[in-house]
Design a protein around this ligand. Structure first.
Ligand SMILES: N[C@@H](CCC(=O)N[C@@H](CS)C(=O)NCC(=O)O)C(=O)O
Length: 210
């Protein structure tokens, strides 16, 4: 009798439009681990599909390791992939807190944009709170302004914060018709560069795969 080898596959619970899921997928492409991941698409609006998500918070992305351990939160999942692949240049130890803080700012843009989408999606039109929408929009604009002033060149491999920024901009393209591009031209140029250097960005384009 032969032992049946245990599957080494990790399972990524995500969905094509999810920006935080996209961040994980791009990181998986860069670190060369994408082929070891089975992507399980979750539709949070469909209770049957949502029930497949092992994350008790019912958020995506969530990563289930081959051992069964669950890892939640995109930044933590990305860190796991970086460590597992040994591609530590995506988050160098010497610069870790600085880059994680930048990554949190990028995620904050995505989060604010996502809350604006949810405000319109989950409320009756008459209940949509325009003050709340403005508040989130100010965060998006504040974040984009900050990155315009603090833009880092992309080296051979992008760092985690740069992946997060590209995903935030991609989400604004996807859900807000790229309105940011006329006001933040430096960021638009930067994103073109990122896109050219990181094939995983195109491969995870929500407009192509939604
Ligand atoms: N901080 C989390 C945020 C994840 C998140 O908000 N995901 C969205 C989809 S992109 C979600 O699952 N939303 C459903 C909900 O909040 O109920 C991360 O970085 O993974």
């Amino acid at each position: 009798m032969y032992d049946v080898p245990e599957t080494q596959f990790m399972k990524l619970y995500s969905s094509p439009p999810s920006p935080f899921g996209r961040k994980v997928k791009i990181t998986a492409h860069i670190t060369g681990l994408f082929d070891q991941i089975e992507v399980v698409n979750i539709d949070g609006n469909d209770p049957q599909s949502a029930a497949l998500n092992p994350n008790p918070l019912n958020k995506i992305p969530a990563l289930e390791l081959a051992s069964g351990e669950l890892i939640v939160d995109s930044k933590v999942i990305c860190e796991h992939l970086i460590q597992q692949s040994g591609r530590l240049e995506l988050l160098p130890e010497s610069n870790r807190v600085h880059l994680l803080s930048r990554a949190s700012l990028a995620d904050g843009i995505t989060e604010a944009a996502l809350l604006m989408v949810y405000e319109r999606r989950f409320r009756d039109e008459s209940q949509i709170n325009s003050d709340w929408l403005n508040r989130q929009n100010q965060k998006v604009l504040g974040g984009l302004g900050w990155f315009t002033e603090n833009l880092n060149d992309i080296a051979n491999t992008p760092t985690l914060d740069q992946i997060g920024l590209a995903v935030a901009l991609g989400y604004l393209d996807f859900r807000f018709s790229g309105e940011w591009r006329t006001r933040f031209t430096d960021l638009a140029l930067w994103l073109t560069q990122f896109q050219q250097m990181v094939p995983g960005y195109q491969l995870t384009d929500p407009q192509a795969h939604a």
